[in-house]
Write a protein that binds this ligand. Structure first.
Ligand SMILES: Nc1nc2c(c(=O)[nH]1)N[C@H]1C(S)=C(S)[C@@H](COP(=O)(O)O)O[C@H]1N2
Ligand SMILES: [Mo]
Length: 333
């Protein structure tokens, strides 16, 4: 199990969490005469953060066997190299951001409540034919491979993880978008009965993210079904999540239920909450600070020292071309 031996960075991480947005929002709610709602959740958010660092319990084992478990492990595609060691599985599966289950990192037990079967995914909007696909049918028909990717959270922690999944480009082929489609808008499940965070009504649920069609079909864009050679667990976004390793982690939306092809630029969850802090592009750049903290360095989960953050999180060769001629846009924001 992970032990957090060095709490030095905890404080800076607390600064880095988007919590202050909610405090600001709570003030607004209060002045609108709805104070109790905001006040009731403020304290647990903080307690959870400390719990997260000093807590030592383990994820609850799944009672049901994943119906795709027989597919794993899957051969690794060695084209995706990594220069840093792979993050300890125990850390990557117990230190999570998944606001549906709480605005702190230790959500893995709460996330077990999410029923990941039956599960289907809707493909709609500007497509030749709308489709609803059963998750097991989808996973069994896609060419699965393992890729080791870096992940850089906007809060300045990072990890290196072996994901299993398939290229998003192959999924776009399956969707057959029509000529005018420019963006893919993605949505997470919505079920406040199991996801207590979704009862916090000032968040713009469901969680939404978006990419351009060019980004979606870039070979790096990866739809994840597994991690560490097994089906991906709930807390990491089962049964289907995105991995966009050149963008800040919040773009890598979890537990997907819907992909809508559109000519309208989607507004993401974080952009809607705090447009001055989180933008559409969110490409990693150490030289462009977040309004409230530097992005120059990152803390790998389990490491003692911070390391320098790289432009496009080290994937410039693969993706810089996507942003040619966009010098006037805030692509690192
Ligand atoms: N639906 C949903 N997707 C989400 C989030 C979330 O809160 N809800 N958090 C994002 C953020 S900020 C990060 S850093 C990654 C974390 O993924 P991990 O828990 O597998 O490390 O998930 C992203 N996807
Ligand atoms: Mo993040």
């Amino acid at each position: 199990m992970p032990t957090f031996t060095k709490p030095r960075w905890v404080l800076s991480e607390r600064e880095a969490t988007p919590e202050s947005i909610f405090y600001a929002r709570r003030t607004l709610i209060k002045s609108a005469g709805l104070g109790m709602i905001g006040a009731a959740v403020a304290a647990p958010a903080h307690a959870g953060l400390l719990d997260n660092i000093f807590g030592a319990d383990t994820p609850t084992a799944d009672s049901e066997v994943d119906p795709t478990a027989d597919l794993y492990p899957v051969p690794r595609n060695e084209a995706y190299t990594h220069t840093r060691p792979i993050t300890d599985e125990g850390l990557a599966t117990t230190y999570n951001n998944f606001y549906e289950f709480g605005s702190h990192k230790r959500i893995y037990n709460a996330a077990q409540k999410l029923a990941i079967r039956p599960w289907s995914v809707i493909l709609d909007g500007m497509v030749e034919q709308e489709q609803t696909i059963d998750i097991d049918t989808l996973i069994r028909q896609m060419p699965l491979e393992e890729r080791v990717y870096r992940h850089r959270c906007v809060e300045a922690w990072s990890m290196v993880v072996p994901w299993t999944g398939f290229a998003m480009a192959d999924f776009v082929k399956l969707a057959r978008p029509t000529a005018g489609a420019k963006y893919v808008r993605m949505e997470t499940f919505e079920n406040p009965e199991v996801a207590s965070g979704q009862r916090q009504s000032w968040y713009p649920w469901p969680y939404v993210e978006g990419v351009t069609l060019e980004e979606a079909t870039n070979p790096l864009a990866f739809l994840v079904t597994g991690v560490y050679g097994k089906p991906v667990p709930e807390q990491n976004g089962a049964p289907l999540r995105l991995a966009l390793p050149w963008k800040y982690g919040f773009k890598s939306i979890k537990s997907l239920v819907r992909f809508t092809f559109t000519d309208q630029k989607p507004v993401s969850f974080w952009e809607e909450l705090a447009p001055t802090e989180y933008g559409f592009w969110a490409n990693v750049n150490p030289e462009v600070a977040h309004p409230r903290w530097s992005q120059a360095e990152e803390k790998p989960l389990g490491a003692d020292e911070e390391i320098p953050t790289q432009l496009y999180n080290g994937y410039a060769e693969e993706v810089a071309g996507l942003y040619k001629g966009m010098e006037g846009e805030r692509i690192y924001f």
